[in-house]
Structure formats: structure tokens, C-alpha cells
Design a protein around this ligand. Structure first.
Ligand code: ADP
Ligand code: MG
Length: 276
């Protein structure tokens, strides 16, 4: 099960992970009041869909404007105007496929002063059967492209479940990001908190792209993509409530009612099998 960025950030905040202050908007008329809860001077209005690449995405409808799915506003009024433009329209990104996804929720967030953008993700690595960190100095862009063109810029290491995350893993994250001194300590602290969130909430994947260094020397998670292990969701009724069925495939929703692990695929060839 996937969740929205704003939900993922709220979860991570609960584990003490540094994320910008922000509030979701579901109705256009609420947008300005929501934006006024933040002090500015920059407001970031972000489309909430279960797909990445929103910043560089394009809306199908001309009425939504051509500034992508993540927009910087200079006032609460401008933030509200962006919400009105984007809400209800279809955003197409490299991850949505050509059909795109309808934007039914937006997130208004405090704008950060970015010094550098990094990449950090966690996942269950089947090869080592352990939780792994994937870290790179090349954040903010498509990690598949980094992996293809400059694989040496991506560092991966796994955590032994018997020891859990240790200071050594924290140091490895800091080193992979080229951080020292106080920033290395922040990276260590972040790695420990993310690991705890990942394990306690039975996540299958956690991707922070970008993790940023602010101009005033703070590490902060600017984007957050989380998916959970469906087989463990019964342990987390609170997380299950975050499910947004409008983001899911109709056939998969129907199958899940019967406890069937069905995965819808593109194409015109049918398969009848016993597995997922
Ligand atoms: P996506 O990965 O779907 O494009 P992101 O959340 O990563 O969405 O946002 C795209 C880019 O927008 C980021 O790489 C960053 O440069 C900028 N951005 C996002 N959130 C903020 C913010 N709170 N403050 C400043 N810039 C932001
Ligand atoms: Mg991103």
C-alpha cells in the first residue's frame, strides 16, 4: 500500500525526522486559510498523487497552467491560486504513464532554502534479506538515471536485523553524502530515526528525494515516498486508514476484498496462473 507525501511526512515527523511544516488541502476554498498557517516568505504547493516526477510533470488541461505539479508561491493568495488551478486536473509525470493521475489533494508546505540536494532511500533487499540504505550525493533527479550513468555515485549497505542500525551505519550514510562534523552527526541521527520508522511501521520502501541541506546548515526531508508491506498491514490499523482507494486500480481493489494478491498490468495478453 502506498500513501501520499503529506501522510508520509506526518508519520516521519512522529519519529522525530526533520520535515518542513505543511498542511494538506482537499477543498479550494480552504487553501488561503491553510497557507496563512505558514509564515512564508515562500510557500510550496505540491500535487498529491501516488507517483513521483511531479515537479517536472505536465497537466493535461490548459486551465491548470504549465508550471508543473510542484509550484513556488510568494504569498498565501498566490498559493491559493495555484491550488485552484491544479485541483481536479490530471497530472502526467514519468511515473504516471500517459493517462496521468487526477490531483484531488494538495499540500502546502513551507519553502526551504536549498544549499544541496541528496538522495536517501531504504528498502528490503532480497539478495541480503536485510533492510538496506541506498544513498547518493546526486539528489533531486531521477535515481534510475544516476544508476545508469554514474553508478559509482550510489552507495548501498544493509543492516543486520540482529544489531539494528548502529553508529557505524550512521557514519556510512554521512560519508556517502560527504558530510562531516555537525552535519555528519545530523546524518547519523537521521539514519537511526528513519530505520526505526521503517521497521516499526513495516515499510517496504521509503524514499527521500531530495534530502536537502538548507542554507542554514540543517538536513531536512523535502520529499517522502512510502509504501508498506501489505502482508503486515493487519498489524497497523492506523496506517491502513491512510489508504486512498482513488489512487488504486479498480481491479486490484476488487481482488483485495477477497484477499487475492492481484497485480494489474498493461497490455493485451492474458495469463491465468496460481501466483500473484
Ligand atoms: P517530485 O519528486 O514528485 O518531483 P519533490 O517533492 O521532490 O516532487 O519536489 C520537486 C522539487 O521541488 C524538489 O527537488 C525541490 O527542488 C523542490 N521542492 C519541493 N519541496 C520544496 C520545499 N518545501 N521548499 C523548496 N523547494 C521544494
Ligand atoms: Mg522527489
Amino acid at each position: 500500500m502506498n500513501i501520499h507525501e503529506y501522510q508520509a511526512k506526518a508519520l516521519l515527523r512522529g519519529f522525530g525526522v526533520p520535515v518542513p511544516e505543511g498542511y494538506p488541502v482537499l477543498k479550494a476554498e480552504d487553501a488561503e486559510a491553510v497557507a496563512r498557517q505558514l509564515k512564508g516568505p515562500v510557500w510550496v504547493v505540491k500535487s498529491q498523487i501516488h507517483a513521483g516526477g511531479r515537479g517536472k510533470g505536465k497537466f493535461k488541461e490548459a486551465a491548470a497552467g504549465d508550471k508543473g505539479g510542484v509550484r513556488l508561491a510568494r504569498s498565501p493568495e498566490e498559493a491559493a491560486a495555484f491550488v485552484r488551478q491544479m485541483l481536479g486536473h490530471t497530472l502526467v509525470t514519468v511515473q504516471t504513464g500517459p493517462a496521468g493521475k487526477q490531483v484531488n489533494r494538495l499540500y502546502i508546505e513551507d519553502g526551504s532554502d536549498i544549499e544541496r540536494e541528496f538522495y536517501l532511500s531504504m528498502l528490503v533487499d532480497r539478495e541480503t534479506a536485510r533492510t538496506a540504505f541506498v544513498v547518493s550525493t546526486e539528489g533531486g533527479m531521477d535515481i534510475e538515471e544516476v544508476a545508469h550513468k554514474t553508478p559509482e555515485k550510489i552507495r548501498t549497505f544493509s543492516v543486520d536485523p540482529a544489531t539494528g542500525v548502529t553508529a557505524e551505519h550512521g557514519r556510512a550514510v554521512a560519508e556517502a553524502l560527504g558530510l562531516s562534523g555537525d552535519l555528519a552527526r545530523q546524518a547519523q541521527d537521521l539514519a537511526a530515526k528513519l530505520y526505526r520508522a521503517f521497521v516499526e511501521d513495516d515499510m517496504a520502501m521509503l524514499e527521500i528525494n531530495p534530502l536537502i541541506l538548507t542554507k542554514d546548515g540543517q538536513l531536512r526531508c523535502l520529499d517522502a515516498k512510502v509504501s508498506f508491506d501489505d502482508n503486515a498491514l493487519y498489524r497497523h490499523p492506523d496506517l491502513f486508514r491512510l489508504r486512498d482507494e482513488t489512487e488504486e486500480d479498480e481491479k486490484e481493489i476488487e481482488a483485495s476484498k477477497y484477499d487475492l494478491a492481484y497485480i494489474a498490468l498493461d497490455g493485451t495478453i492474458g495469463c491465468m496462473v496460481n501466483g500473484a
